[in-house]
Design a protein around this ligand. Structure first.
Ligand code: AVJ
Length: 322
């Protein structure tokens, strides 16, 4: 075990750079770029704007559930846990747990963005002066170990993975993530997992095709990011956001579609797009409770509690290590 990973000595990711991922993703068929690259500073700001949209019910519904159920979650978890958050961002939802959990041994936010981690940790330290905060700058899908905390080495761990971020992972990736989370959280571990529920396809469609066009801007920011960072020359007017619910697969599928035949230069290479050709950017899987169990059980968890809203739009699940 390594003694408490200091922020500066950690690696953001062992995975691909943006350039390598783009060149590889546009060179294969079907074309696809991993969703994690949507979240540069501008993409993160656009995602925050998505969360405020009337059609995008996910964030506000989950926050309402967490606010109502935090005392119950805290009672289940018991006192003295280390709280481990996978993809902590601005830790807004975490505060709801921190306000109810008793005698938290340490809070370990894991995030790929070092700037987010530093700013968020600074704000949290001001508001929770007694809390030990140990940020880890890493890709949470690919994390070999948690920091060794001498002060709370025996503490049981509570994982937190809100936001239906699990929906971005395909079933194999979701299982691999949960297995790794189970390993990191240990035999006394538990996980609070937020997941968007299956529902009326019309409502799902609206959530990913908002009338203000913010989701389209979020998608197309991937092209703008290539222009900014990879010297690409995408004309954003020549592409469109496309999102629809695939009921057989239980997921929203998101693509960027080329509106005409065109040629684009990216990092010194030339790429041709046919009229109508698509680049896949995101899946957003929807989980009913049977889907959740089918994922949790083979990963070494049992779902003991699920909380939802009156409209059954979103679920917050309590999984316990088996
Ligand atoms: C952050 C993965 C939960 O799937 O709803 C929102 C991302 N993409 N609108 C989702 C997203 C377009 C979001 N997650």
């Amino acid at each position: 075990m390594v003694p408490g990973l200091p922020l500066k000595n950690t690696r953001a990711s062992t995975g691909d750079t943006f350039e390598a991922a783009v060149l590889a993703g546009l060179s294969r068929r079907p074309r696809a770029i991993p969703a994690k690259f949507l979240y540069d500073a501008q993409g993160s700001a656009l995602f925050d704007a998505i969360c405020e949209l009337p059609e995008y019910y996910l964030t506000r519904t989950e926050i309402t559930i967490l606010r109502a159920r935090a005392p119950e979650i805290a009672a289940l978890a018991g006192p003295g846990r280390q709280l481990i958050e996978f993809g902590s961002g601005s830790s807004v939802k975490t505060r709801l747990l921190l306000d109810s959990l008793e005698a938290v041994a340490a809070y370990v936010p894991i995030d790929i963005s070092g700037e987010h981690l530093e700013a968020t940790s600074r704000r949290l330290r001001a508001d929770y002066p007694a809390l030990a905060i140990v940020p880890v700058c890493a890709d949470y899908t690919d994390l070999p170990m948690l920091p060794w905390l001498p002060g709370s080495s025996g503490a049981a761990k509570l994982g937190f993975f809100p936001g239906s971020t699990i929906g971005n992972l395909d079933p194999d990736e979701a299982l691999a993530f949960l297995r790794n989370a189970r390993r990191l959280l240990g035999p006394d571990g538990a996980l609070v997992l937020g997941a968007d529920l299956k529902k009326d396809p019309g409502m799902l469609h609206a959530a990913y095709n908002d009338s203000a066009g913010v989701t389209a801007a979020f998608s197309l920011n991937l092209l703008a990011r290539m222009n900014r960072e990879l010297g690409a020359n995408f004309d954003l007017e020549g592409f469109a956001h496309e999102a629809f619910y695939n009921p057989a697969a239980g997921r929203i599928e998101i693509y960027i579609r080329s509106l005409q035949p065109q040629s684009v230069r990216i990092a010194g290479q030339r790429f041709f797009f046919d009229a109508g050709e698509r680049v896949h950017t995101e899946y957003s899987y929807k989980y009913d409770l049977a889907d959740m169990d089918a994922l949790a059980v083979p990963a070494g968890f049992v779902r003991t509690h699920t909380w939802t809203d009156p409209g059954r739009l979103f679920s917050v699940n309590y999984l316990v290590a088996t």
